[in-house]
Design a protein around this ligand. Structure first.
Ligand code: G3P
Ligand code: CA
Length: 268
Protein backbone atom coordinates (compact mmCIF):
# COMPACT_ATOMS: atom_id res chain seq x y z
CA UNK A 1 0.00 0.00 0.00
CA UNK A 2 1.11 3.53 -0.64
CA UNK A 3 0.86 6.17 2.11
CA UNK A 4 -0.85 8.58 -0.24
CA UNK A 5 -3.05 8.43 -3.28
CA UNK A 6 -4.04 10.99 -5.86
CA UNK A 7 -7.18 12.97 -5.02
CA UNK A 8 -9.39 11.56 -7.71
CA UNK A 9 -7.68 8.36 -8.84
CA UNK A 10 -10.40 6.13 -7.42
CA UNK A 11 -7.84 4.24 -5.30
CA UNK A 12 -8.95 2.50 -2.13
CA UNK A 13 -8.14 4.04 1.23
CA UNK A 14 -5.29 2.55 3.21
CA UNK A 15 -6.32 0.59 6.30
CA UNK A 16 -4.74 1.34 9.68
CA UNK A 17 -4.98 -1.09 12.61
CA UNK A 18 -6.07 1.13 15.53
CA UNK A 19 -3.90 0.47 18.62
CA UNK A 20 -2.95 -2.64 16.61
CA UNK A 21 -5.74 -5.00 15.61
CA UNK A 22 -7.40 -4.08 18.89
CA UNK A 23 -10.70 -5.89 18.39
CA UNK A 24 -8.79 -9.18 18.45
CA UNK A 25 -5.82 -8.61 20.78
CA UNK A 26 -5.16 -6.27 23.72
CA UNK A 27 -4.76 -2.71 22.43
CA UNK A 28 -1.30 -1.17 22.06
CA UNK A 29 0.52 -4.44 22.87
CA UNK A 30 2.98 -6.34 20.70
CA UNK A 31 0.31 -9.03 20.36
CA UNK A 32 -1.95 -6.46 18.68
CA UNK A 33 0.84 -5.69 16.19
CA UNK A 34 1.28 -9.43 15.58
CA UNK A 35 -2.44 -9.75 14.95
CA UNK A 36 -2.43 -6.85 12.49
CA UNK A 37 0.44 -8.50 10.63
CA UNK A 38 -1.38 -11.84 10.62
CA UNK A 39 -4.34 -10.08 9.01
CA UNK A 40 -2.04 -8.61 6.38
CA UNK A 41 -2.48 -5.02 7.55
CA UNK A 42 0.55 -2.87 6.96
CA UNK A 43 -0.33 0.32 8.87
CA UNK A 44 -0.46 0.27 12.69
CA UNK A 45 -1.57 3.12 14.97
CA UNK A 46 -0.40 3.55 18.57
CA UNK A 47 -0.44 6.02 21.48
CA UNK A 48 2.75 7.25 23.11
CA UNK A 49 3.13 8.61 26.67
CA UNK A 50 5.96 8.99 29.22
CA UNK A 51 6.81 7.31 32.51
CA UNK A 52 7.98 9.00 35.71
CA UNK A 53 11.60 8.23 34.81
CA UNK A 54 11.35 9.39 31.21
CA UNK A 55 10.75 6.19 29.22
CA UNK A 56 8.29 6.44 26.33
CA UNK A 57 5.64 3.73 26.52
CA UNK A 58 2.66 2.74 24.38
CA UNK A 59 -0.68 3.13 26.15
CA UNK A 60 -3.92 4.95 25.36
CA UNK A 61 -5.31 6.17 28.70
CA UNK A 62 -3.39 8.53 30.98
CA UNK A 63 -4.05 5.94 33.71
CA UNK A 64 -2.91 2.31 33.77
CA UNK A 65 -6.14 1.22 35.42
CA UNK A 66 -8.31 0.09 32.51
CA UNK A 67 -5.81 -1.96 30.51
CA UNK A 68 -3.51 -3.47 33.14
CA UNK A 69 -3.64 -5.17 36.54
CA UNK A 70 -2.08 -2.13 38.23
CA UNK A 71 -4.80 -1.97 40.89
CA UNK A 72 -3.82 -5.42 42.13
CA UNK A 73 -0.07 -4.92 41.89
CA UNK A 74 0.01 -1.38 43.31
CA UNK A 75 -3.25 -1.04 45.31
CA UNK A 76 -2.14 2.15 47.10
CA UNK A 77 -1.18 4.16 44.02
CA UNK A 78 -4.57 5.46 42.76
CA UNK A 79 -5.30 7.01 40.30
CA UNK A 80 -2.50 4.99 38.67
CA UNK A 81 -1.31 7.65 36.22
CA UNK A 82 1.35 6.58 33.70
CA UNK A 83 3.43 9.63 34.63
CA UNK A 84 3.63 8.50 38.28
CA UNK A 85 5.12 5.05 37.57
CA UNK A 86 8.64 4.09 36.56
CA UNK A 87 9.31 2.02 33.47
CA UNK A 88 10.40 -0.89 35.68
CA UNK A 89 7.11 -0.76 37.60
CA UNK A 90 5.07 -0.66 34.40
CA UNK A 91 7.07 -3.55 32.96
CA UNK A 92 5.75 -5.75 35.81
CA UNK A 93 2.11 -5.21 34.82
CA UNK A 94 -0.11 -7.60 32.92
CA UNK A 95 -1.63 -5.73 29.97
CA UNK A 96 -3.39 -8.73 28.43
CA UNK A 97 -5.62 -10.46 30.98
CA UNK A 98 -8.24 -7.66 31.07
CA UNK A 99 -8.87 -8.36 27.41
CA UNK A 100 -8.73 -12.17 27.42
CA UNK A 101 -6.95 -14.63 29.75
CA UNK A 102 -5.31 -16.08 26.63
CA UNK A 103 -3.20 -12.88 26.56
CA UNK A 104 -2.07 -13.08 30.19
CA UNK A 105 1.48 -11.80 30.48
CA UNK A 106 1.31 -9.31 27.64
CA UNK A 107 3.21 -6.17 28.66
CA UNK A 108 2.89 -2.44 28.11
CA UNK A 109 5.56 -2.02 25.44
CA UNK A 110 8.12 0.72 25.37
CA UNK A 111 8.05 2.78 22.19
CA UNK A 112 11.35 1.16 21.27
CA UNK A 113 9.90 -2.34 21.61
CA UNK A 114 6.82 -1.36 19.64
CA UNK A 115 8.85 0.11 16.79
CA UNK A 116 11.02 -3.02 16.67
CA UNK A 117 7.94 -5.17 16.26
CA UNK A 118 6.49 -2.95 13.53
CA UNK A 119 9.84 -3.07 11.75
CA UNK A 120 9.91 -6.86 11.97
CA UNK A 121 6.83 -7.01 9.76
CA UNK A 122 7.90 -4.11 7.54
CA UNK A 123 4.75 -2.32 8.61
CA UNK A 124 4.11 1.43 8.68
CA UNK A 125 3.50 3.44 11.84
CA UNK A 126 0.85 6.07 12.57
CA UNK A 127 2.23 7.28 15.90
CA UNK A 128 0.00 9.39 18.14
CA UNK A 129 1.57 11.62 20.75
CA UNK A 130 -1.06 11.26 23.47
CA UNK A 131 -1.76 13.87 26.17
CA UNK A 132 1.32 15.98 25.28
CA UNK A 133 0.25 18.62 27.82
CA UNK A 134 1.23 16.12 30.53
CA UNK A 135 4.67 15.47 29.08
CA UNK A 136 6.60 18.63 28.15
CA UNK A 137 9.30 17.79 25.60
CA UNK A 138 7.73 14.49 24.49
CA UNK A 139 7.89 15.50 20.83
CA UNK A 140 11.68 15.78 20.85
CA UNK A 141 11.99 12.55 22.86
CA UNK A 142 9.71 10.68 20.46
CA UNK A 143 11.80 11.81 17.51
CA UNK A 144 14.94 10.74 19.37
CA UNK A 145 13.63 7.20 19.86
CA UNK A 146 12.55 7.05 16.23
CA UNK A 147 15.97 8.30 15.14
CA UNK A 148 17.76 5.72 17.31
CA UNK A 149 15.65 3.00 15.71
CA UNK A 150 16.49 4.19 12.20
CA UNK A 151 12.99 5.51 11.55
CA UNK A 152 14.01 9.01 10.54
CA UNK A 153 15.96 7.96 7.49
CA UNK A 154 14.70 9.03 4.09
CA UNK A 155 12.86 5.78 3.33
CA UNK A 156 10.95 5.67 6.61
CA UNK A 157 9.90 9.32 6.66
CA UNK A 158 8.81 9.17 3.05
CA UNK A 159 6.80 5.96 3.14
CA UNK A 160 6.41 4.48 6.60
CA UNK A 161 5.85 7.10 9.28
CA UNK A 162 3.20 9.65 10.24
CA UNK A 163 3.17 11.41 13.63
CA UNK A 164 -0.22 12.72 14.75
CA UNK A 165 -1.80 14.39 17.79
CA UNK A 166 -4.99 16.04 19.00
CA UNK A 167 -2.74 18.94 20.02
CA UNK A 168 -2.01 21.34 17.16
CA UNK A 169 0.93 22.67 19.18
CA UNK A 170 2.38 19.19 19.40
CA UNK A 171 1.97 18.57 15.66
CA UNK A 172 3.58 21.93 14.90
CA UNK A 173 6.46 21.14 17.25
CA UNK A 174 7.15 17.84 15.50
CA UNK A 175 7.08 19.59 12.15
CA UNK A 176 9.43 22.34 13.35
CA UNK A 177 11.88 19.89 14.93
CA UNK A 178 11.98 17.52 11.96
CA UNK A 179 10.31 19.03 8.89
CA UNK A 180 10.80 15.86 6.82
CA UNK A 181 8.42 13.86 9.03
CA UNK A 182 4.86 13.60 7.81
CA UNK A 183 2.32 14.84 10.38
CA UNK A 184 -1.40 14.62 11.11
CA UNK A 185 -3.78 16.72 13.21
CA UNK A 186 -6.53 14.75 14.95
CA UNK A 187 -9.78 16.67 14.79
CA UNK A 188 -12.08 18.58 12.48
CA UNK A 189 -10.93 22.19 12.29
CA UNK A 190 -13.20 24.67 10.49
CA UNK A 191 -12.47 24.91 6.77
CA UNK A 192 -11.49 28.54 7.27
CA UNK A 193 -8.63 27.39 9.52
CA UNK A 194 -7.24 24.79 7.10
CA UNK A 195 -4.73 27.16 5.47
CA UNK A 196 -3.04 27.58 8.87
CA UNK A 197 -2.96 23.80 9.45
CA UNK A 198 -1.51 23.24 5.98
CA UNK A 199 1.65 24.98 7.15
CA UNK A 200 2.61 22.18 9.53
CA UNK A 201 0.26 19.21 9.01
CA UNK A 202 0.07 16.83 6.06
CA UNK A 203 -3.16 15.28 7.27
CA UNK A 204 -6.41 16.27 8.97
CA UNK A 205 -7.75 13.19 10.74
CA UNK A 206 -11.35 13.55 11.98
CA UNK A 207 -13.72 11.25 13.80
CA UNK A 208 -15.85 9.57 11.14
CA UNK A 209 -19.08 10.76 12.77
CA UNK A 210 -18.23 14.37 11.99
CA UNK A 211 -17.15 13.70 8.42
CA UNK A 212 -18.74 14.67 5.10
CA UNK A 213 -17.71 14.41 1.46
CA UNK A 214 -17.51 18.21 1.31
CA UNK A 215 -15.13 18.35 4.26
CA UNK A 216 -12.85 15.67 2.78
CA UNK A 217 -12.76 17.55 -0.52
CA UNK A 218 -12.02 20.82 1.29
CA UNK A 219 -9.01 19.29 3.08
CA UNK A 220 -7.76 17.61 -0.08
CA UNK A 221 -7.95 20.97 -1.85
CA UNK A 222 -4.98 22.23 0.17
CA UNK A 223 -1.32 21.39 -0.14
CA UNK A 224 0.48 20.43 3.06
CA UNK A 225 3.96 21.40 4.23
CA UNK A 226 5.58 19.00 1.77
CA UNK A 227 3.82 20.45 -1.25
CA UNK A 228 1.51 17.45 -1.66
CA UNK A 229 -2.25 17.61 -1.29
CA UNK A 230 -3.44 17.17 2.27
CA UNK A 231 -4.89 13.80 3.25
CA UNK A 232 -7.72 12.58 5.48
CA UNK A 233 -7.44 9.48 7.67
CA UNK A 234 -10.63 8.94 9.67
CA UNK A 235 -11.32 6.98 12.87
CA UNK A 236 -12.57 4.71 14.39
CA UNK A 237 -14.53 2.85 11.72
CA UNK A 238 -15.43 -0.67 12.83
CA UNK A 239 -18.36 -1.77 10.68
CA UNK A 240 -18.88 -2.33 6.98
CA UNK A 241 -21.56 0.31 6.47
CA UNK A 242 -19.49 3.07 8.04
CA UNK A 243 -16.43 1.94 6.07
CA UNK A 244 -18.34 2.15 2.79
CA UNK A 245 -19.70 5.56 3.78
CA UNK A 246 -16.30 7.14 4.45
CA UNK A 247 -14.70 5.41 1.46
CA UNK A 248 -17.44 7.05 -0.60
CA UNK A 249 -16.29 10.41 0.74
CA UNK A 250 -12.85 9.74 -0.76
CA UNK A 251 -10.85 9.47 2.46
CA UNK A 252 -7.22 8.44 2.14
CA UNK A 253 -7.14 6.17 5.17
CA UNK A 254 -9.47 4.33 7.55
CA UNK A 255 -8.33 3.72 11.13
CA UNK A 256 -10.09 0.67 12.55
CA UNK A 257 -10.11 -1.91 15.33
CA UNK A 258 -11.41 -4.46 12.78
CA UNK A 259 -9.17 -4.17 9.71
CA UNK A 260 -10.51 -7.41 8.22
CA UNK A 261 -14.10 -6.09 8.30
CA UNK A 262 -13.08 -2.81 6.68
CA UNK A 263 -11.02 -4.56 4.02
CA UNK A 264 -13.92 -6.85 3.15
CA UNK A 265 -16.16 -3.78 2.84
CA UNK A 266 -13.95 -1.45 0.82
CA UNK A 267 -10.97 -3.48 -0.37
CA UNK A 268 -7.43 -2.28 0.29
O1 G3P B 1 -5.84 7.46 15.38
C1 G3P B 1 -7.00 8.08 15.76
C2 G3P B 1 -7.53 7.71 17.10
O2 G3P B 1 -6.65 6.86 17.74
C3 G3P B 1 -7.81 8.88 17.97
O3 G3P B 1 -8.53 8.54 19.10
O4 G3P B 1 -8.80 8.15 21.49
O5 G3P B 1 -8.38 6.24 19.97
O6 G3P B 1 -6.55 7.83 20.48
P1 G3P B 1 -8.04 7.66 20.31
CA1 CA C 1 -4.83 6.97 19.18
Amino acid sequence: LSPARAADDGARPVIVAHRGASAYAPENTLAAVDKAAALGVDWVENDVQRTKDGELVVLHDDSLQRTTDVEEVFPDRAPWKVKDFTAAEIARLDAGSWFDPAYAGARVPTLEQFVHRVERYHQKLLLEIKNPQLYPGIERETLKVLSNEGWLDRRHVKHRLIVQSFSADSVRTVHDLKPAVKTGFLGTPPVADLPAYSGFSDQINPSHGSLSAAYVAAVQGFRGPHGKRMEVFTWTVNDAAAARRVAGFGVDGIITNTPDVVRDAVGG
